[in-house]
Design a protein. Structure first.
Length: 294
């Protein structure tokens, strides 16, 4: 203590850095090893897509003895219909699903979070209850309904329900986000003469880009990777999605084209990777701020 002032003694920054360096190296080493373990199946698939057919299952090395890009050409053009057709079908269904979920679920979430109407809490509880119902329970009634409507073997059963806010998970996600937006904004807008629709369009949506992007990314990835839905409703090969197209490379009664399968599987990951890459900032922000007060 000097002149009544206590001087705190702190270690030099260099000493703190030296003490934390071994722990930091250990943590980063474990993270790198864990990342390699998680990425190994992906790296093996990419390697298998460019290696000779006779080495796909006989070699455990990630480095092929020779590079062969013929599986990509064979996989793209080897079927009765080019694989590009399956890409287009999946893209159309995925984009329409994203639009339907973002629009319909945001409207439903806005109503539950901001509007007052009779039975709001009851209907919100019913909506949450649908999250606990397995998809397979409603599969047969839905199939009978779509069959009577003449929608089987079209993309309508896969797309139309999304425009009716059928995904309760996204509604719940958006409700939690909307509740974190100050209500003073609504009150100020009402004083200026804004209707409920104008408040939704001009205030809620611009402030909700992170959660909307989160819903869009999950909708796109889940729809792009969906196999069961298209398997049930699509029978014509011209309407197949990429997941059904990949199944055609494996035939239990004849030879299977494993090289073409792995090559096309690698290509199907590209749109998902790019979609996530462009919107990852909004995705992280949307997940981090959902349900939190601002």
């Amino acid at each position: 203590m000097t002149n009544g002032i206590t001087t705190a003694v702190t270690a030099p920054p260099s000493d703190i850095t030296k003490r934390s360096l071994p722990a930091s190296l250990a943590i980063h080493t474990l993270l790198i090893l864990g990342s390699l373990l998680m990425l190994y199946p992906l790296l093996w698939m990419v390697s298998a897509s460019v290696r000779p057919e006779n080495e796909i299952f006989s070699s455990t090395s990630l480095i092929p003895s020779s590079i062969d890009f013929s599986p990509y050409l064979r996989g793209w053009t080897g079927l009765d219909i080019t694989f590009g057709r399956f890409f287009w079908n999946s893209l159309v269904i995925s984009v329409l699903t994203v639009i339907g979920n973002v629009v319909a679920c945001s409207l439903a979430a806005y109503a539950f979070a901001r509007l007052h109407f009779a039975g709001r809490n009851f209907w919100f509880a019913i909506m949450l209850g649908t999250l606990m119902i397995p998809y397979h329970v409603t599969l047969i009634p839905q199939y009978v309904l779509f069959l009577n409507l003449g929608w089987v073997n079209t993309i309508l059963p896969l797309v139309v329900p999304k425009f009716l806010a059928s995904d309760a998970f996204f509604i719940f996600l958006m409700v939690q986000f909307f509740r974190g937006i100050p209500r003073e904004l609504d009150e100020a807008a009402m004083m200026d003469g804004c209707s409920a629709w104008r408040i939704y369009w001009k205030i809620m949506l611009p402030l909700s880009l992170p959660v909307l992007a989160t819903a869009a990314i999950f909708s796109f990835i889940w729809t792009w990777d969906d196999f069961f839905g298209p398997l049930i409703y699509l029978n014509d090969m011209n309407t197949y999605t990429i997941q059904l197209g990949l199944r055609t490379f494996v035939d239990s009664t004849s030879a299977s084209d494993w090289g073409g399968l792995f090559a096309m599987s690698t290509l199907t990951l590209v749109p998902v990777f790019l979609f996530f890459l462009f919107f990852q900032r909004l995705l992280i922000e949307g997940i981090a701020t959902t349900g939190m007060k601002r």
